[in-house]
Write a protein that binds this ligand. Structure first.
Ligand code: AMP
Ligand code: ZN
Length: 115
C-alpha cells in the first residue's frame, strides 16, 4: 500500500466509498463524480501506478479486472445495451489518480472519438 495514494486508502477502508464488488485481488466502487448513469471504478488491491506499468507478472489482476467488468456490467443492467471500458494512462491519457483503475461507463450512448 502507498500511504499517500487515494485509492490505496479506499482499498484499505480508510476513506469511504460505495463498494459494489470485492475479492482477493480487486475492488470496484462507484465513481463519486459519475459521467454516465453507471460509472464504476475497478482497481487492484495492490498499488500499480498505471496501465503503463503492467507486465506479464500482472496477468492475473489484468484478467480479473476485465472479467469483473463483464460481471458488473450484467449486474448493473448495461451488458445488453452496451457500455464502455476506459483506462486512462498518464497525463496525456487523462489519468488523475496514480493507482491503476478501469472505468466502466454505461446507461447512455457514448460518443466517438473520446475527448
Ligand atoms: P482518472 O482521471 O482516470 O484517474 O479517474 C479518476 C476517477 O476517480 C475520476 O473519475 C474521479 O471522479 C474518481 N474519484 C476521485 N476520488 C474519488 C473518491 N474518493 N471516490 C470515488 N471516486 C473518486
Ligand atoms: Zn495506490
Amino acid at each position: 500500500m502507498s500511504a499517500d495514494c487515494l485509492f490505496c486508502r479506499i482499498v484499505a477502508g480508510e476513506i469511504p466509498a460505495a463498494r459494489v464488488h470485492e475479492d482477493e485481488l480487486m475492488i470496484a466502487i462507484r465513481d463519486r463524480n459519475p459521467q454516465a448513469p453507471v460509472h464504476l471504478l475497478l482497481m487492484p488491491r495492490e498499488h500499480i501506478e498505471s496501465a503503463a506499468d503492467l507486465t506479464d507478472a500482472d496477468a492475473a489482476i489484468a484478467g480479473r479486472l476485465l472479467a469483473a467488468a463483464a460481471t458488473l456490467a450484467r449486474s448493473e443492467g448495461v451488458a445488453d445495451g452496451g457500455y464502455r471500458l476506459v483506462v486512462n494512462a498518464g497525463v496525456d491519457g487523462g489519468q488523475t489518480v496514480s493507482h491503476l483503475h478501469l472505468h466502466l461507463l454505461g446507461g447512455r450512448r457514448m460518443q466517438w472519438p473520446p475527448g
